[in-house]
Design a protein around this ligand. Structure first.
Ligand code: ASP
Ligand code: MG
Length: 423
């Protein structure tokens, strides 16, 4: 069998950890599998390198920043290969570029266009253990080294698993899997043994930080089973799989209505007040925001009682706040709205589960639970398998706990061991 394993930064934080992971990789190889390993940078290396860059230059050129950051993964890849070699096995490390990870030229946020894993295939056929530096590739056009965004070693791993037609991809960190809510907020949260790609996408897109969003998109597209687990134990973790298969349907029938509750504190809300109630004003507002390259999430429009102006609210990533406010200022006179208000003291809580496709009443139950906790909801959005609400940031934890209990997700006393960072 061909297996891809990815080890996050906490699993390779120091020399001892690297040796421990090396032994684990050798075990898998000893079971007769071809092993391709993807590594993150050691511990906090990426943050440390970013700090260092800012000390040298306040606004480093993105090209040079990528040259710098890719060094982190290169270090851990080489060290891991050395440790494996010392256990008597042949391991070869490769940069993303050598591994054939071809990307767009967007430094810091490049997308994988293609994988040409010729050298990896050859090394695996030679019986070698392959180690690939995660989170990086090479631009098809400029031939410069690129990075794929924070946390993107997950994406490297799943993309390579797809290209190598691996049987599955294991993502190792310091947590035991995907939980029904963040155990730091809900101590009764339970490990989810199996979750569908669709649910995992919603979890990742709505604040669950355990898997990189694009990694889940890739896994679904290429149908790669992903096993999220801890490198500090041998416990089974969470399988992210295609549950539309027959076994999947049987499981769904037995499964709870809601699979998990996610939360996100990284969004902000902008409210544009006194918007003249005329055709085309919403279009103008959102065109201005789109032209600034900002992805918005929820939208709510209130028609005022007097009937001649409206207020339009939307959520967006907090970091994009200043850009969005600047973009709105450029169209204020043309549209004639009164003002735009920025509020970053909000959070989003989402209940997610394929079960809600076929069961009515999930919205009512969610809103009731949050109301009974005395929390005011300011915005609502839904998908086929998700209901999200925006609440004051200080109420996020209580809203998560209320929703988690309302859907019977609380575990029965069994303590969850969770000390991890999820890296
Ligand atoms: N080292 C990179 C980061 O911290 C990539 C990764 O770990 O996935 O974002
Ligand atoms: Mg991660």
């Amino acid at each position: 069998m061909r297996v891809v394993q990815k080890f996050g930064g906490s699993s390779v934080a120091d020399a001892a950890s690297i040796k421990r992971v090396a032994a684990r990789i050798v075990d898998t190889h000893e079971q007769g599998h071809d092993v391709c390993v993807i590594v993150s940078a050691m511990g906090d290396t990426t943050d440390d390198l970013l700090d260092l860059a800012r000390q040298v230059s306040p606004q480093p050129r993105p090209r040079e920043l990528d040259m710098l950051l890719t060094a982190g993964e290169r270090m851990s890849a080489a060290l891991l290969a050395m440790a494996i070699n010392d256990l008597g096995y042949t391991a070869r490390s490769f940069t993303g570029s050598q591994a054939g990870v071809i990307t767009t030229e967007a430094h810091g946020d490049a997308r994988i266009i293609d994988i040409t894993p010729g050298r990896i295939e050859t090394a695996l056929e030679d019986g070698d253990i392959v180690i690939v530096a995660g989170f990086q590739g090479v631009s098809q056009t400029t031939k410069d080294v690129t990075t794929l965004g924070r946390g993107a070693s997950d994406t490297t791993a799943v993309a390579l698993a797809g290209a190598l037609k691996a049987s599955y991809c294991e993502i190792y960190s310091d947590v035991d899997g995907i939980f029904s809510a963040d155990p730091r907020i809900v101590p009764e949260a339970q490990r989810i043994p199996e979750i569908s790609y669709d649910e995992m996408l919603e979890m990742a897109a709505n604040g669950a930080k355990i898997l990189h969003l694009r990694c889940v998109e890739y896994a679904r597209r290429e149908n790669v089973p992903v096993h999220v687990r801890s490198s500090f134990s041998n416990k089974p973790g969470t399988w992210v799989i295609d549950m539309s298969s027959k076994e999947g349907q049987a499981m769904e029938a037995e499964a709870a209505l809601i699979t998990g509750v996610a939360h996100d504190r990284s969004e902000a809300k902008i409210t544009v007040v006194g918007v003249p109630d005329a055709i085309g004003n919403a279009a103008k507002i959102f065109q201005a925001v789109a032209d600034a390259g900002i992805n918005i999430d929820m939208i709510v429009q209130n028609v005022s009682v007097e009937g001649n102006t409206t207020a339009i609210s939307f959520t967006l990533p907090q970091n994009d706040g200043p850009k969005a406010m600047a973009a709105l200022a450029t169209v204020q006179d043309e549209i004639g709205f009164d003002e735009a208000l920025f509020n970053d003291q909000v959070g989003k809580v989402s209940v997610i589960g394929v079960g809600m496709r076929s069961h009515p009443g999930v919205s009512a139950r969610t809103f009731t639970a949050i109301a009974e906790a005395g929390i005011n909801i300011s915005m609502i959005s839904t998908s086929e398998i998700r209901i999200s609400v925006v609440v004051p940031i200080d109420d996020v934890d209580r809203a998560v706990r209320a929703a988690h209990s309302a859907f019977g997700l609380d575990g029965s006393g069994e303590a969850v061991v969770y000390a991890g960072t999820g890296r």
